[in-house]
Design a protein around this ligand. Structure first.
Ligand code: ATP
Length: 355
């Protein structure tokens, strides 16, 4: 597996609950995996963990592996090489990545491209006049052009794993569509995996192969993009879909009531229970573990589901076997009940300090 997070729990001092709580997530070679959730759900912290970057002073438990390498154990030159060569992150604001006084060509050469390849990379991400662009400085290009430059820079070292954190959110829809297509092409040509972070569940469903939904530092659902869109299993996923508009859909938008929890909020049970229209008394005290969703017949209204996947909700427990997040499905984990009583406010066991 290219990227594998296993039960990653991350806590910083002074917060009541962890930033990440037992996050398990995989990205295979050549796969586009979406990570969605409201602000503060832990998406960026999850992606940064793949770079070996945890908040200063954080305690963590669990593991992060890229191509089999234990990333959180890397130090010094090995960590620098990992960040320079193996993984590349693309942020929302290209101006935060680009040095305003350096030429575009220098930016690409610093990332390992030759001068000829710098021109080729700019052409590959759809910039016109690439020979001229390499001599220009960031203030001479528009925001959409700069984001293309940043993507060219991310591809320069031919990384195995691309992390796109809201990389297209600030762009107009035409530029967004072109950049998404170019990221996909780059992924195909280089065989890289792509972790695609977005607030927009519809975009994730349209663009990704598989999607993880996060809430309050936990993964609450993992499905194929199509299954997530057609038969969302978790009430939170259903809520996200109901409150985001789609073209041609005349249904009224239904916002999820309440607000996402802060790091000072703790929960004896399911973190989503206070906002969940389906919550029952048990949800307030029991934390649902992930369970497998079968190929068909998941939903109570009889609509067939597709593609299996996992969800952590009391509504699907009892009808499904306990499981582990990730892909492919692991048969040895198919036993047990799928419920766990939460005993602490998420204190990681066997924690390690990240200084
Ligand atoms: N270095 C840090 N120290 C303390 N808290 C942090 C640190 N980094 C992130 N957090 C907190 O961890 C939680 C998760 O943050 P994260 O940025 O991962 O969420 P997100 O889902 O990416 O949000 P957004 O969509 O707004 O970027 C937030 O409550 C954030 O304030």
């Amino acid at each position: 597996m290219l990227l594998s997070l296993e039960d990653l729990t991350v806590q910083v001092p002074g917060t009541a609950r962890p930033l990440l709580d037992s996050v398990t997530l995989t990205v295979a070679e050549g796969e586009v995996v979406g990570l969605v959730g409201e602000s503060g759900s832990g998406k960026s912290t999850t992606a940064k963990a793949a770079l070996g970057l945890l908040p200063t002073g954080a305690d963590f438990a669990g593991s992060v592996r890229v191509d089999g390498t234990d990333v959180l154990g890397l130090r010094g030159e090995a960590l620098r090489a990992h960040r320079a060569d193996t993984v590349a992150m693309i942020h929302q604001d290209p101006r935060a990545t680009l040095n305003p006084v350096r030429r575009i060509g220098d930016f690409l050469v610093e990332r390992g491209a030759t001068k000829e390849r710098a021109v080729e990379l700019l052409a590959a991400v759809g910039l016109s006049d690439p020979e001229q662009r390499v001599r220009q400085r960031p203030h001479e290009l528009s925001g959409g052009m700069l984001q293309r430059v940043v993507i060219a820079g991310a591809l320069a070292a031919r990384p195995r794993l691309l992390l796109a954190d809201e990389a297209t959110s600030a762009l107009d829809v035409t530029t967004q569509a072109e950049i998404l297509a170019q990221l996909r092409t780059a992924r195909e040509e280089q065989g890289a995996g792509l972790l695609f972070i977005t607030h927009d569940l519809h975009l994730a469903a349209a663009y990704c192969d598989r999607v993880y939904v996060m809430y309050a530092g936990r993964v609450v659902e993992e499905r194929s993009a199509r299954a997530l869109f057609t038969t969302p299993a978790h009430p939170y996923t259903q809520g996200l879909l109901s409150c985001s508009p789609t073209l041609g859909d005349s249904h009224p938008l239904l916002p999820i009531p309440g607000r996402p929890p802060s790091l000072s909020d703790t929960f004896p049970g399911c973190p989503f229970a206070p906002r969940c229209g389906e919550a029952e008394e048990e949800c307030e005290t029991w934390l649902p573990e992930p369970v497998f969703l079968e190929e068909r017949g998941l939903r109570e209204d009889g609509v067939p589901s597709e593609g299996g996947g996992m969800a952590a909700c009391r509504r699907v427990v009892g009808r499904r076997s306990a499981g582990r997040w990730g892909s492919p499905r692991s048969s040895e984990a198919e036993s047990g009940g799928g419920w766990a009583q939460r005993t602490t406010a998420g204190q990681p066991k066997d924690k390690v300090s990240h200084k």
